[in-house]
Design a binder for this molecule. Sequence first.
Ligand SMILES: C[S@@+](CC[C@H](N)C(=O)[O-])C[C@H]1O[C@@H](n2cnc3c(N)ncnc32)[C@H](O)[C@@H]1O
Length: 418
Amino acid sequence: MKENIIPEEIQKYVDAITSEIKHYSNILDDKQIKSIYFGWGTPQLIWLENIQKITDTIVQHFDAKDLEEFSIEMNPYPQDEVLNIVKNLSKKYKDFARVRFSFGIQSFDNKVLSQSDRDITYPWLVEFLRTLQKIKQDHNIFNLDFIAFGQFNESKKWNLQLRNPSSIDFFSKLSESKFIDSYSVYTLELFPWSLRYYQKKDTNCPPFSKEGTHKVGEDLNPSSFAEQLPLQKGDIICWSDDDVYEEFAILKDILLEKWFKRYELSNFSLLWKSSIHNRVYREMWDYIWIWTSASSFIQKPNEELRKYLQLKWASRAVRRNNTTKLAEYEKWNRLDTVSIQDLSDKDIQIEEFFLSLRTDKWIQDISKYTNILVSDYKQKIQSYADQWFISVLEDKIKLTDQWMDIYNDIITELLQEI
Ligand SMILES: C[S@@+](CC[C@H](N)C(=O)[O-])C[C@H]1O[C@@H](n2cnc3c(N)ncnc32)[C@H](O)[C@@H]1O
């Protein structure tokens, strides 16, 4: 891994990041920070010492005495490097209330792992987790990411079953062990560059595999599947969203059964182990992301910040992104001025409503949202409550763990057309 990285490039990256951190510490009045998060999957590529350098710059220039969570998201490989980072960061930041690691496991299905170009296997992951268990410290929080890919096959009795039943047993035992504090379970989202994005578009699939076909050899290069599926020219392969939601439901039910609480649409945790970082967005705390195309949200920006954001008047709240252009960013032209959104009270109210409904937090005082809700919202809420979709307590509502899945439908039905 290290050999592919150009030290000068890493140095330029770390210098650019630390200078943006210092820039913000010079223009913000309130320098108290609650959480630090290294995200986008491969921080280990910049090496332990640079992760520490960036963290120390934050601690030096901001008030981190009440920091609630230091969190870093990583792929679980290369194992030695990853475990070394876990051990050293946990030791270095032993005074932080929480040092949290989120590992991108994604799946225990070998075909899915190789199809997602992950150079690891299910047995390898089992060994990795067993080793990880031995180095866990008291102030560590471990989170695992999974994606429901919906890969089923038919059992001897023609029942649909996830392709690798033993992995489900292992997932169940792992969640029972409580060594992992939380799980993020996502439903696969398809992007135009992903193969499945095109497959899903077709509709005439043989009954077993429901929707979606592609003919190998026509617009599908057989070699790209050779490892996973023995495909011949003209073969048909299919996938479907239902399978994705089915797998999501299996993983969700196991976690709820093992006393994990669903604190957000895709996130489940043991009591008191939910991620501060994951709550920051949904509970609309101010946050600043650093680096190219990074987004930030700040309420009541002070004069210095308004000047930096070229805002001529006092603002209720502002959301904005950094430029995507590295060259501009390195010249300190960090702002993507087109992206600046000056949010009104109503904008904030709408975001507050639909963001908090996707968490385990009660929406307080529902009547204060009357101006953004449909006129018969009370009747609708009552009917949801009758179906156990929503819990209602006086003027407070929240979705039940089981029914957060239909969040989008409920939001669409309750909010007035914007
Ligand atoms: C959202 S962040 C993870 C944050 C982490 N769960 C945490 O609590 O700190 C990145 C994760 O997004 C998920 N992801 C990436 N691409 C995806 C896709 N196409 N569809 C669904 N989930 C995806 C993967 O599980 C990846 O590890």
